[in-house]
Design a binder for this molecule. Structure first.
Ligand SMILES: [Zn+2]
Length: 306
């Protein structure tokens, strides 16, 4: 992905320089805008439309990894996206971000070397065809995850404000939380297990493995989860343009002491985090169908006995 983009950017720069010398600049600008210079994306001859999405795919690309021959894969994915859309709009009271002037969100499938991308904010959701065809169990959680990035954009993230580095504990962490919130499963088992295997890892460096922190934040490890806290948190982010400040304010309002909250989390990381958890956090399946919550419990049980 990144190397493709870098190569395309260099090509574009060279082309612009050459064009400036030869007086051909307008032609190059047109080429860049329609995507033939800055993307390896294939042409999509197929299209499937639902209430909120337009899905596009190919089965005629010269690069075999782009191709999807079974349209049912696309129809299933559309259904997963619509399910996530419904859950998000119900909880958050607003739809994910759609590009200005478009009434539906574009979704494309091609060989982009990853499970999915929702970047830039106005661009399409891009699912990786190779992963999509070969690993059917990632389709549900990855659909929820990529659509959640679009919901983050609906709160102005990357449109009206940018988080401070490191920020992936927030952007990827909450998107990983959404996988469990919508489906009770994740696309990679490390999203649930890593924070417990390495209890000294700094939360802010945890990237998408910060996911259990967000479960803890909404009390998903208690009898009555409070998913509304995620709504409050994103509303605060929108007001304050600062994810750490926003989180601290919601913690203060809800739990009293910010310090006490983080200490409580650090303690539960080491012992008994997932006792009495409720659906959908009680059982979180990994891509192989294994219950990752049980794996964490077994891990903590081992430590507690030592
Ligand atoms: Zn992501």
């Amino acid at each position: 992905m990144k190397s493709h983009r870098l190569r395309a950017a260099i090509l574009l720069l060279v082309a612009i320089n050459m064009a400036a010398l030869t007086g051909l600049l307008p032609v190059v600008v047109v080429l860049a805008r329609d995507g033939t210079v800055d993307s390896d994306m294939p042409f999509f001859e197929n299209r499937y439309e639902t209430d909120h999405f337009v899905l596009k795919w190919t089965n005629k690309s010269k690069r075999s990894g782009d191709n999807i021959s079974d349209p049912q894969i696309i129809k299933d994915s559309a259904e997963y996206l619509e399910t996530a859309w419904g859950k998000y709009t119900e909880l958050f009271g607003r739809p994910p971000h759609t590009a200005p002037g478009k009434d539906k969100m574009e979704v494309v499938f091609w060989d982009n070397d990853c499970y999915g991308v929702s970047d830039p904010p106005d661009g399409p959701i891009q699912f990786g065809s190779v992963a999509w065809v070969n690993n059917p169990t990632i389709r549900k959680p990855t659909s929820a995850h990529e659509l959640f990035h679009k919901l983050q954009y609906a709160y102005g993230y990357r449109i009206r404000w940018n988080p401070k580095t490191p920020y992936r504990w927030f952007t990827e962490g909450t998107a990983a939380w959404s996988e469990a919130f919508v489906w009770g499963r994740v696309s990679l088992d490390c999203k649930v297990c890593t924070l417990f295997k390495d209890t000294s890892m700094d939360l802010y460096e945890a990237d998408y493995t910060a996911m259990p922190f967000w479960v803890y934040f909404v009390q998903g490890n208690k009898e009555n989860p409070n998913n509304q806290l995620m709504v409050k948190f994103f509303e605060k982010c929108e007001q304050l343009h600062d994810e750490r400040l926003a989180l601290n304010e919601v913690i203060k309002e809800t739990y009293g002491s910010v310090d006490g909250f983080f200490k409580g989390f650090a303690k539960e990381r080491k012992s008994g985090f997932w006792n009495n958890a409720c659906v959908p956090y009680k059982c979180i399946l990994g891509p192989g169908g294994q219950d990752l919550v049980e794996e964490v419990k077994a891990l903590q049980g081992r430590w507690n006995r030592n």
